[in-house]
Design a protein around this ligand. Structure first.
Ligand code: HSE
Length: 301
């Protein structure tokens, strides 16, 4: 299995993400000598293709089979617990679960960075952009920073013990490719200065376990101004989170899910209720999650 993830954390577009405890995707994988990737079944979602060329887990396994050679093939069954287009790393979880399971079957031949690279092939298929901010925490758990893509440099960050994450997932779908397509290609220097100040502040806050600093830092001047309009009720959701004591709140990944970071389970429960009430007032169906950061990531079950 591999868990859902919250990427970007507002200030770290494409470079930072955390693993949730739930929901998660599960795969069952068999190593074959057919030289082919076969998707036997996909449950939990009827819009996902069983064609390996159009399926994120299929893309990952194809890349691994090609790298290993010798007629290596895989037979996979996928159980989706995370709805596609949710903003909580649905494609990333399937990609991570497939890469992790394949590496297990192959005796752990691939390094951490190689496993991430294979999982990124799923993201390439899903969004056109092979980003690693979802697949990395989905594989390894915790909060992870992609300091560099070329070469790949993954930094696991400190997870403050009282940190809790609330996620509201409205039952609408936003395609990551669409949410990426509306972003500015260039950022004014003054905007970049504010954004990297916040990202550095978030990392410092995580290490100092300074919850107020974490809250001040999860502000997005780059993607959120463009993407907020795609999410009905976004402003109300964030206001409700802050009014109930959240440290900060923003768009999870490319949306439509909205996340809030909180200090302690009691505050997180109040934030969950406040955000749920705001969603109900909008009349939009939604799922809600309250989770500590999962330190486990992908694993055998
Ligand atoms: N960092 C990516 C984005 C996450 O914001 O487009 C999407 O899953």
């Amino acid at each position: 299995m591999a868990p859902a993830t919250v990427s970007n954390l507002s200030c770290g577009f494409d470079v930072i993400g955390l693993a949730l405890c739930e929901p998660f995707d599960t795969v069952e994988l068999e190593l074959t000598l057919t030289g082919r990737v076969e998707i036997m079944a996909v449950s939990g979602c009827n819009t996902i293709s069983r064609d390996p060329g159009k399926n994120v887990a299929g893309a990952v396994l194809k890349a691994i089979a090609d790298a290993v050679g010798n007629n290596t093939g895989f037979r996979i069954t996928i159980e989706k617990g995370i709805r596609p287009g949710s903003g909580i790393g649905s494609s990333g979880a399937s990609a991570a679960a497939a890469a992790f399971a394949a590496n297990q079957l192959l005796g752990g031949v691939f390094s951490m960075n190689e496993t991430v690279r294979f999982a990124m092939e799923g993201e390439r298929l899903a969004s056109g952009a092979p980003h690693a901010d979802n697949v990395t925490p989905a594989l390894f758990g915790g909060i992870t920073l992609v300091r560099s893509y070329e070469p790949l440099d993954i930094i696991p960050l400190n997870v403050p013990s009282e940190l809790r994450c609330v996620v509201i997932h409205p039952e609408t779908e936003i395609k990551t490719s669409v949410a990426r397509g509306i972003l500015d290609r260039e950022i004014p220097l003054a905007t970049a200065v504010r954004q990297w100040g916040n990202l550095a502040g978030l990392v410092a806050g995580l290490y100092r376990e300074d919850y107020d600093l974490i809250g001040r830092s999860i502000v997005d001047f780059v993607a959120e101004p463009r993407r907020a309009g795609l999410i009905r009720g976004f402003t109300g959701l964030r206001s409700a989170a802050l009014a109930c004591g959240a440290l900060g709140a923003g768009i999870s990944g490319s949306g439509p899910s909205v996340f809030a970071l909180c200090r302690g389970s009691e505050t997180a429960s109040a934030v969950l209720k406040g955000m749920s009430d705001a969603m109900q007032a909008e009349g939009i169906a939604f799922d809600a999650y309250l989770s500590p950061v999962s330190t486990a990531g992908a694993r055998l079950i």
